[in-house]
Design a binder for this molecule. Structure first.
Ligand code: PLP
Length: 439
């Protein structure tokens, strides 16, 4: 097929250095080093140390043959993908650099950027499913993800089977059997297993390895990828591709963006699954914009520093909260009380993160009094920013979840979700102490 294509005299100069340096002392460089320059060659942009923001909707071809060849790559007519840039709905330099660097953190073959975490999740699900299919998913999920499966995918004839985050291998086996029977009855397949671990807001962990084993026992792994929302622990503290997942999803709005000043998302993983998602993104749009991609490149330079500091702060804050008389309990991964959850944590996680739930003695009014008294922590939804945030999921992020489902998932009226930032830990502890006194 390639023989029939006109040769291109001068391939489009690309942002990448010809021979990128990715090893030192005979070993691969660490992600935090690669974040300073990987995938970008200053020589191609007037020596600008940082990549400029490319504000353009379209890209000039060197000649018509190059245009044809690039389109063949974009549309999949020729294997190997795009060789040159075509149009900013498909891709552009800032987003390509971002995608290369995101893939490094997860050890993924490829990554795609999106205008929000929910755009990433929606396009992933739409790309995977057709009418009659069944999605298997863990619970709890972020409320909008759960709503997207239950309400939006349902409009296209896609149903679901869900299971509690900590499900055992035996339970997972039964779930896969149920999903298979449901798909057969609907004339479809099970084309996607979708996990969120830790789940928002309870921090319940999913055994990714057990899900992979159950998937392999019942379905063809090439036709049924396991995708996981790694927003709470990634990219530092959980590497799901090493435990059996095929795709990793992020709300980059959280720890990766890290400054509560942008909204974006990503999917990274195996190329064969990424290609289908990219094809739908090319058609629909939904790629991150160049300015947001540039800000994320800045953020990736400090993601390890920020997450490490936030994680240490959370450890100290939780040690204080644990023994406070007005606190009933904590949903913090550094203090797990359940043996099954601890076993999953030990196998999958390298850190406890900085987002957790605190159960205040009482109910909604006690939580509201606590939230209204905070002076350092801000009362806002979201997580993973430099500043500490606190919110009340039952009446805010998870308000749309039916009461009986909230009860089943442990999203109670006395649960406050806290995302610890990088402030001074003593100031944070002092703030929580005085706010609890107001309860
Ligand atoms: N996944 C999780 C775990 C989240 O907490 C959120 C948002 O809070 C999302 C996905 C959606 O991300 P975004 O707000 O970037 O669309």
């Amino acid at each position: 097929m390639t023989d029939a294509i006109d040769p291109i005299d001068q391939p489009t100069p690309r942002r990448k250095p010809k021979d990128p340096v990715t090893t030192i002392d005979g070993r691969p460089m660490k992600p935090s080093t690669l974040m300073m320059g990987y995938g970008y060659d200053p020589v191609l942009s007037e020596g600008s140390l940082k990549a400029p923001i490319f504000l353009t909707s379209t890209f000039a071809f060197e000649n018509a043959a190059a245009g044809k060849r690039h389109f063949e790559g974009i549309t999949g007519k020729r294997a190997g993908g795009a060789e040159g840039l075509v149009y900013s709905r498909f891709n552009a330099p800032n987003q390509e650099i971002l995608e290369d660097r995101l893939a490094i953190w997860d050890g993924a073959e490829e990554a795609l950027s999106f205008s929000s975490g929910m755009t990433a999740i929606a396009i992933l699900m739409l790309a995977a499913c057709k009418a009659g299919d069944v999605i298997v998913h863990s619970g709890p999920l972020y409320a909008a993800s759960e709503g997207f499966v239950a309400k939006i995918m349902a409009k296209f004839g896609v149903t679901y089977v869900d299971f509690p985050a900590g499900a055992t291998p035996e339970q997972l086996d039964a779930v896969m059997q149920q999903a298979k029977a449901q798909a057969e009855a609907q004339g479809g397949e099970v084309p996607l297993i979708y996990l969120e671990s830790p789940g928002n807001p309870t921090n319940a962990l999913v055994d990714i390895e057990a899900v992979r084993d159950a998937r392999d026992a019942h379905f063809d792994a090439d036709r049924c990828p396991i995708a996981i929302d790694n927003t709470f622990l990634g990219p530092l503290w959980q590497r799901p591709l090493e435990h059996g997942a095929d795709l990793v999803v992020y709300s980059l709005t959280k720890y990766v963006g890290g400054h509560s000043d942008l909204v974006a998302g990503s999917v990274s993983g195996k190329k064969r699954f990424i290609d289908a998602i990219r094809a739908l993104r090319n058609t629909m749009g939904g790629i991150a914009d160049p300015n947001t991609a540039w800000m994320l490149l800045r953020s990736l330079e400090t993601v390890e520093l920020r997450m490490e500091r936030a994680g240490k702060n959370a450890e100290q804050v939780c040690a204080f909260l644990k023994s406070h008389p007005k606190v009933e309990g904590l949903g913090y991964l550094g203090m797990i009380e359940d043996a099954r959850q601890q076993d999953i944590y030990d196998r999958h996680c390298e850190g406890a993160g900085s987002t957790f739930s605190v159960f205040i003695k009482g109910g909604e009014s006690e939580c509201f009094r606590f939230l209204d008294a905070l002076k350092v922590a801000k009362l806002a939804v979201s997580l993973g920013g430099t500043e500490t945030l606190a919110s009340h999921p039952a009446s805010m992020t998870h308000l749309s979840v039916p009461d009986e489902r909230k009860a089943a998932l442990g999203i109670t009226d006395n649960l406050v979700r806290i995302s610890i930032g990088i402030e001074d830990p003593d100031d944070l502890i002092a703030d929580f102490r005085q706010a609890l006194e107001a309860v």
